[in-house]
Design a protein around this ligand. Structure first.
Ligand SMILES: Nc1ncnc2c1ncn2[C@@H]1O[C@H](COP(=O)(O)OP(=O)(O)OP(=O)(O)O)[C@@H](O)[C@H]1O
Ligand SMILES: [Mg+2]
Length: 250
């Protein structure tokens, strides 16, 4: 079993002043597994992944990646080990062209010169592979839709050989059509053998792509199900109950 785990987080605790953001959470991600992370606002979802990638430090707990104990000091360190995080807004630099965004901080250099043409070619190739068409890799990101931005970040993770892709609310501000495409990209990523943590408020989006669903509420894990063992309605009921809301049976 251990060998099939890519990520193992054990007994993670984190307080922000008097707020107990995480109260002893165990969270695992298997190899090639897509895990949907659900829960209401303030449940601790983002904090959990920020701790995983070294953006925040846990007060207590242990993290294993590929079976080795890790403690990343920054998202950059995590990225070097193969963990890419895609946020809704932070992912790209608006005023730079697509190809610059694709290679930002990891440019291909030959001698002392940037291999610009090669980077443009790879950018076009990978975007095509993930199924999005852009007029030119020279276009600035500013003009792209939310869905296209997500696609660039996902294609970039694939090119740089990420083992784990973390998507924090990737569909929050997208139209229905764009959401559909991002969900397709996530399915593509699975076929490439990556693992994914997919955070969303939308149970139906998560349900569609996830193999397993983990529910956090007020810093506690209140559910951990294989998809085939639970329905979206049951998940909604768990979230509502944990949040202290009583839903009428439908
Ligand atoms: N840097 C911080 N300083 C103080 N409190 C924080 C900080 N980050 C998170 N919190 C608090 O910790 C709790 C968990 O926040 P977190 O962002 O992890 O929730 P979330 O599940 O991602 O919510 P959302 O769905 O709204 O994104 C919240 O009460 C939040 O206000
Ligand atoms: Mg969040």
């Amino acid at each position: 079993m251990i060998n099939n785990l890519l990520v193992e987080m054990k007994n993670i605790k984190k307080n922000f002043g008097r707020v107990q953001a995480l109260r002893g959470v165990d969270f695992n991600v298997g190899k090639k597994e897509i895990v949907g992370l659900l829960g209401d606002n303030g449940a601790g979802k983002s904090t959990l992944i920020k701790i995983l990638v070294g953006y925040e430090k846990a007060d207590e707990g242990e993290i294993y990646f590929e079976g080795k104990k890790v403690s990343f000091n920054s998202p950059k360190e995590a990225r070097e080990m193969g963990i890419e995080t895609v946020y809704q807004d932070l992912a790209l630099v608006n005023l730079l062209p697509i190809w610059r965004n694709f290679f930002l901080g990891r440019e291909i250099v030959k001698g002392i010169t940037l291999s610009i043409e090669e980077m443009k070619r790879i950018t076009s190739e990978y975007l095509k592979e993930i199924g999005i068409w852009v007029r030119s890799p020279d276009e600035t990101v500013f003009f792209l839709s939310g869905g296209e931005r997500q696609a660039i970040a996902i294609a970039r993770a694939m090119y740089f050989g990420a083992k784990l892709l973390i998507l924090d609310e990737p569909t929050a501000a997208l139209s229905v059509g764009e959401t559909r495409k991002v969900l397709e990209h996530i399915n593509n990523v699975r076929e490439k053998g990556l693992s994914v943590i997919f955070i969303s408020h939308n149970i139906y989006h998560v349900y569609e792509v996830a193999d397993r669903l983990v529910i956090l509420e007020k810093g506690i894990k209140v559910g951990d199900f294989k998809k085939e063992d639970v329905t979206p309605q049951e998940i909604m009921n768990i979230i509502a109950k944990a949040a202290g809301v009583i839903l009428k049976e439908v």
